[in-house]
Design a protein around this ligand. Structure first.
Ligand SMILES: [Zn+2]
Length: 260
């Protein structure tokens, strides 16, 4: 987690606790202090659920080693025509391998797109069956979402996907273990231009290129809304990153390099 977020949380909850103390007609300092300690404890428990780099609740791949100028593109929430098709066209033209984390329910609707991803050399992973936020799922429902998502993909691919990405990057202490028990490695990301904000293709491309570091895993989306900006941004950022000396590799190749 970025240090500034952590400081803002500690300071913010501290101020709220101070407000609570000031508003208490009897001025009990213990009330404010107790609330602050509770907020800090809750924050410490929740941070590994939302922090994409945290390994506390299970090993995740957020980025590759930083010693080579390689980078992996990943796409979530598809398959979703026509954007997935257009992204596949750009990737084929530029000869860039990528990873797609598909939703089981949508893959079942567009199996031909999933098979095309596989045929064109991309890594196809699972993003659960219905895009459930696993942070709010008890173990039973969480396992069902992961299992159903994996089974939907396996029916189309002819083999079980080996990679998993939890929706919103959120996980509980049991999420990563459940995916691992099904033979999947959990992947998150290190470079997220927030393409869902639709800031314009130029801005999106800038966000990726300006913050690109060796070993980055870039999070983009081919589904979940109108992704024309993501398609256009891709056409800008691929040549720009190449000009900066980056080479594109598949997510699993990045993972192989992280092994000692
Ligand atoms: Zn998603």
């Amino acid at each position: 987690m970025h240090e500034e977020y952590r400081q803002a949380y500690v300071l913010g909850t501290g101020l709220l606790a101070l407000g609570l103390w000031a508003a208490d007609p009897q001025g009990r300092a213990g009330l404010g202090l107790g609330a602050w300690i509770l907020a800090l404890a809750l924050g410490a428990l929740l941070e590994p659920c939302v922090d994409v780099a945290s390994q506390r609740y299970g090993r995740v791949l957020s980025r590759g080693p930083a010693d080579r100028s390689v980078l992996a593109l990943t796409f979530d929430d598809g398959p979703a025509p026509p954007h997935t098709d257009r992204i596949l066209e750009v990737l084929a033209r530029e000869k860039v391998p990528a990873a797609f984390f598909c939703l089981g329910r949508d893959a079942a609707r567009h199996p031909e797109l999933v098979r095309r991803m596989q045929r064109e050399g991309h890594l196809v992973g699972s993003h659960t069956q219905n895009h459930a936020n696993l942070l709010f799922c008890l173990p039973g429902r969480s396992r069902r979402e992961i299992l159903e998502g994996q089974a939907s993909m396996a029916r189309i691919l002819g083999q079980e996907p080996r990679w998993f990405r939890p929706p919103f990057g959120m996980r509980t202490p049991w999420t990563v273990r459940q995916a691992r028990d099904l033979g999947m490695t959990t992947a998150l990301w290190s470079n997220c231009p927030r393409d869902w904000q639709l800031p314009g293709a130029e801005v999106l491309a800038r966000r990726v290129v300006d913050r690109a570091r060796p070993g980055d895993v870039v999070l983009l989306h081919d589904g979940g809304g109108d992704r024309s900006q993501t398609v256009q941004a891709l056409e800008i950022l691929i040549p720009e990153l190449r000009r900066k000396g980056f080479e594109f590799v598949r997510l699993d190749a990045l993972a192989d390099e992280s092994r000692p």
